[in-house]
Write a protein that binds this ligand. Structure first.
Ligand code: DX5
Ligand code: ZN
Length: 218
């Protein structure tokens, strides 16, 4: 079953001295319901972003759905901290070695949604053990670490495969894409079966954010 299309602006693309302002820009854009918060540890990805305290400080000023993407080697060590800070969905990666299923179960036990994510080079089959345990499947359309990269077309067939699995097996999780998503690539991902579009650079640089949002969510 497909879900209502949603754009999730990534404040990684915002000004990190004024992230609350970037959050407000997203919040004041008609149609925006989600915000995507990219958490990076400098190990799993070659960059650092921000941590639970930043999320906690952003939380009171926003009614948006906090979609937290943990690009961490040890996400299981940070689940409580991000959920206490206000995360409403927490997405973890298959690639690092930690107890994935226990971590997904723990996220749900703490009362929020959970997601599983693979990088562009990871086989789509690596998602299979988790599909009955998640609320969201995230397919990276760039190698994670930095905003502003070019969309990886080779991920499109993986979106189609996951969308087919969702139909065949009667799942209802969201299919989210993240990285290099703009109007053109976003519509191609939507065509392939994605319904949740993380957009950092394309959203925050767009002159008409409402039109951008309407085009992908329409
Ligand atoms: C991983 C990050 C980025 C970010 C989106 O590097 O997850 O993909 O959210 O970046 P843009 O939309 O600027 O490519
Ligand atoms: Zn992300």
């Amino acid at each position: 079953m497909a879900n209502r299309p949603l754009v999730a602006p990534s404040i990684l693309a915002g000004n990190h001295a004024h992230l609350a302002d970037s959050l407000s820009v997203a919040e004041s854009t008609p149609g925006i319901e989600w915000i995507h918060l990219d958490i990076m540890d400098g190990h799993f990805v070659p960059n650092l972003s921000f941590g639970p305290q930043t999320v906690k400080d952003l939380r009171p000023g926003s009614n948006l759905f906090f979609d937290v993407h943990l690009m961490l080697d040890n996400p299981h060590l940070y689940i409580e901290a991000f959920i206490e800070a206000g995360a409403q969905n927490v997405t973890i990666h298959t690639e690092p070695d930690y107890p994935h299923l226990d971590t997904l179960a723990k996220i749900r036990q703490l009362g929020v949604g959970c997601g599983i994510c693979i990088n562009p080079g990871t086989p789509v089959e690596d998602l299979k053990p988790f599909l009955e345990h998640v609320d969201l499947v995230l397919l990276m359309t760039v190698q994670p670490g930095f905003g502003g990269q070019s969309f990886r077309e080779d991920v499109l067939p993986k979106i189609e495969t996951v969308a087919r699995w969702r139909e065949e097996q009667g799942y209802s999780w969201r299919i989210e894409v993240d990285g290099g998503v703009n109007l053109e690539t976003g519509l191609r991902c939507k065509q392939a079966g994605a319904d949740t579009f993380v957009a950092g650079t394309a959203f925050f640089k767009h002159s008409d954010k409402a039109a951008f949002t309407q085009t992908l969510q329409g």
